[in-house]
Design a protein around this ligand. Structure first.
Ligand code: HEM
Length: 453
C-alpha cells in the first residue's frame, strides 16, 4: 500500500517549499534535508514536484535499467545551450546519442588509455614545474587543477593545447565556470525572476559564443591538418557509425568536443582539489601515498601505464574522495512504466522522476557509523565486499553512466601520486572547507603552500 513521501514541515500555500531553496548550495541543502526527512523526501516548488532519494536500497531500484532511465532535468536542458545533443545532454530518444556512443567507445578502451597516459604524465610534470616556481607561496590549487584537467582533455582528446601553464590565460575555464554557475543559479528561478537576470543572461550568451568559437577553432585546426590521429576527434571526423554507416555531423561534433571539455574538466578538477584537501589535512594518508609512490621508484619520465594501475592505495584515496565529495553530486532517473519503489510503498507513474542524491547515498548507514570520516581503507577489497556495490555511484549508472570514468580515474591517480611525490601541502592558515556548487562541487577559495620535498 502506498504511503506519503515525507515533505518539509512548513510548506507555504502555492509557493510550496521555496523557503528550503539554497541557490548557492542546492545539493548540500538537500543533504541536510535528507538527514532530517529520511532516505526519500519530496520538495514542491510552485507546484513542481521533486523527489530526492539517497537511501541505498531505493537507489538500487532507481538504477534498475529495466524500470528506470536517465532523465534530463532542468539543469541538463539548460546545458543543452552548450552541449546540444552531445552525449551528456542528449535525450534518450535522440539517434545521435547511440551513434556517438558507438563511435566514441573505442576512444575510452584500455588501449586508448595507454595512449593518453603519455599526455597525462607530461601535463602532471608541467604542473609540478609550474608549482616549483611558486614554492612556499600561497597558490589557488583548484584553479591550477582546472587548467591541468582541461589541458589533459584537450591534448588527449583533440590534439590541441591551451598551453595552460604558459599562456596564463584562463578565459576559457573562466567562461565555462560562469556558464555552469548561471545554469545552477537559474535552475530554481521562478519565471518572474528572469527580468532581474537580464545582465546575467547577456553575459551568459557572450560566454557561450566565446566557448563555441574556441571549440570551432580546435575542430578547424584538425580539419586543416590532413594527418590521422589516435584520438577522440579523429574518431568523430572519420569513423562511420557501425550501425548506420553514417559519420557524425559537424554541429554534433562541436557539441561532443564541448561536452568533453566541460564534463571531463570540472568534475576531475574538483575531485583532485578535494583529494589535495584530504592529503593536506591527513598526514597519515599523505605518508601512505608517498610510500606507495616511492616503492615504485617512479619518476615523471619513467612512470608507465601499469605503474599507475598498481597504485592501489592512491586509488583508494581517489575513491574515498569521490565518496565524500562526489564532484557530480547526483543524477536523475525517470520511470519507464507505472511502477513503485519499496514494494509498492512509493508508487511512481510512467514519466515521473526522482533525483538520486549521490552526496547522501555515499553517507547511507551501509557506510558504517562514521560516514563523515575520511578513510581510504573503506575501499580495501575485504571491506568493499561487505557492502552493496550500488551504494557507490560517483559516475552515475547504466547506459548513460560516465563514459570518461577510466579516463578520470587514471588521470586522478597519476596526478595525485605525482603531486604527492613532489610536494608537501599546507593549507593556508584558518582555511575551512567551503564547498562551492555550480552543478559540480569544488572547494572554494582553497589556497595552499606547496613545499618541494
Ligand atoms: C556522464 C561523473 C569525468 C564524460 C557522467 C555522469 C556522471 C559523471 C555522474 C552521469 C550523468 C547523468 O546520469 O546525468 C563524472 C565524474 C568525473 C567524470 C565524477 C570525474 C571524477 C568525466 C570525463 C569525461 C566525462 C573525464 C570525458 C573524458 C562524460 C560523458 C557523460 C558523462 C560524455 C555522458 C555519457 C552518456 O550519457 O552517454 N559523468 N564524470 N566524464 N561523463 Fe563523466
Amino acid at each position: 500500500v502506498g504511503v506519503t513521501i515525507p515533505t518539509p514541515r512548513f510548506r507555504l500555500p502555492v509557493l510550496g517549499d521555496v523557503l528550503s531553496i539554497d541557490a548557492d548550495k542546492p545539493t548540500q541543502r538537500e543533504l541536510e534535508m535528507a538527514a532530517e526527512l529520511g532516505p526519500i523526501f519530496e520538495r514542491k516548488i510552485l507546484g513542481h514536484r521533486l523527489i530526492v532519494v539517497s537511501g541505498a536500497d531505493l537507489v538500487a531500484e532507481l538504477n534498475d535499467e529495466s524500470r528506470f532511465a536517465k532523465f534530463l532535468a532542468l539543469p541538463h536542458r539548460k546545458l543543452r545551450a552548450l552541449g546540444g545533443d552531445g552525449l551528456f545532454t542528449a535525450f534518450n530518444s535522440e539517434p545521435n546519442w547511440g551513434a556517438a556512443h558507438r563511435i566514441l567507445m573505442p576512444g575510452f578502451s584500455r588501449e586508448a588509455m595507454r595512449r593518453y597516459h603519455k599526455v597525462m604524465t607530461d601535463v602532471a610534470f608541467e604542473l609540478v614545474e609550474h608549482w616549483n616556481t611558486r614554492a612556499g607561496r600561497s597558490i589557488d590549487v583548484t584553479a591550477d587543477l582546472n587548467k591541468l584537467t582541461l589541458e589533459n582533455m584537450a591534448r588527449a582528446g583533440f590534439g590541441y593545447s591551451f598551453d595552460a601553464f604558459v599562456r596564463n590565460d584562463d578565459e576559457f575555464v573562466a567562461a565555462i565556470v560562469r556558464i555552469l554557475g548561471y545554469v545552477n543559479r537559474t535552475s530554481n528561478d521562478m519565471p518572474f525572476m528572469r527580468v532581474f537576470r537580464r545582465g546575467d543572461r547577456i553575459r551568459n550568451d557572450r560566454d557561450i559564443a566565446y566557448v563555441h568559437g574556441v571549440v570551432d577553432e580546435v575542430i578547424e585546426k584538425r580539419i586543416l591538418d590532413d594527418s590521422r590521429h589516435d584520438d577522440l576527434l579523429d574518431l568523430m571526423l572519420h569513423t562511420p557509425d557501425p550501425e548506420t554507416g553514417e559519420l557524425l555531423d559537424r554541429v554534433n561534433i562541436r557539441h561532443q568536443v564541448l561536452t568533453f571539455l566541460v564534463a571531463g574538466n570540472e568534475t576531475t578538477a574538483g575531485t583532485l582539489a578535494f583529494a589535495l584537501y584530504f592529503i593536506a589535512t591527513h598526514p597519515d594518508v599523505a605518508a601512505k601515498v608517498r610510500a606507495e609512490v616511492d616503492a615504485q621508484h617512479w619518476s615523471a619520465e619513467s612512470v608507465s601505464y601499469e605503474d599507475v594501475s598498481k597504485m592501489r592505495y592512491t586509488r583508494s584515496v581517489v575513491d574515498e574522495t569521490l565518496r565524500l565529495w562526489p564532484s557530480a553530486p547526483g543524477y536523475f532517473r525517470k520511470a519507464r512504466e507505472d511502477t513503485s519503489l519499496a514494494s509498492g510503498r512509493y508508487p511512481m507513474k510512467a514519466g515521473e522522476w526522482a533525483f538520486v542524491l549521490t552526496l547522501g547515498l555515499h553517507r547511507d548507514p551501509v557506510w558504517g557509523a562514521d560516514p563523515e570520516q575520511f578513510d581510504p581503507d573503506r575501499f580495501s577489497p575485504e571491506r568493499a565486499k561487505s557492502r552493496p556495490a550500488q551504494a557507490y555511484r560517483p559516475f552515475g549508472t547504466g547506459m548513460r553512466g560516465c563514459i570518461g570514468r577510466q579516463f578520470a580515474l587514471h588521470e586522478s591517480v597519476l596526478t595525485l601520486a605525482e603531486l604527492v611525490r613532489a610536494f608537501d601541502f599546507e593549507l593556508d592558515e584558518g582555511y575551512e572547507l567551503n564547498v562551492q556548487e555550480s552543478l559540480t562541487l569544488k572547494p572554494q577559495n582553497m589556497r595552499m603552500k606547496v613545499v618541494p620535498r
